[in-house]
Design a protein around this ligand. Sequence first.
Ligand SMILES: [Fe+2]
Ligand SMILES: [Fe+2]
Length: 174
Amino acid sequence: MAVSQTKSSPRKGASKSAAAARAAPDAIKLLKDDHRQVEEWFEEFESTNSASKKQKLAANICMALTVHTHIEEEIFYPACREAGVEDDMMDEADIEHDSAKKLIEEIEASAPGDNHYDARVKVLSEMIKHHVKEEEQRDGMFAKAKQADLDLKGLGIEMMQRKQDLMKQLKQRQ
Ligand SMILES: [Fe+2]
Ligand SMILES: [Fe+2]
């Protein structure tokens, strides 16, 4: 997918509606909101003993992370590389995504009560905690993205639309 490289305001015709575009958060706010939501679900998972609740929370977490990593890899990360954020930092993030995706696949293929189910969710939460720190900390990826000449508003609109499309696709498959 083409990523807007310009510093100008959102491209004409790029959004389904001007109102939706205005309502979209900037790229970093959108990604941070996703992080907070998933953290909340991980906490809820840890504090419940109900298998049905665990199943629902794990499904939410896996879907949200699948969509989140997808829009980062397709839109945000390439824009960061393009804007000059160090390759080492971006490469590490790619590898952390790969590890998370492997666990997500395993969690989706199992159910509460299965061998190592809780352990998988716990390890995924620790991995994500580490990864989110790398993205959000001082001098982390998001800070570098802010310093770089990125069109965060334009990227936010693009990611919001892609996120909605992907969620719809995944929900249809359920
Ligand atoms: Fe992220
Ligand atoms: Fe990430």
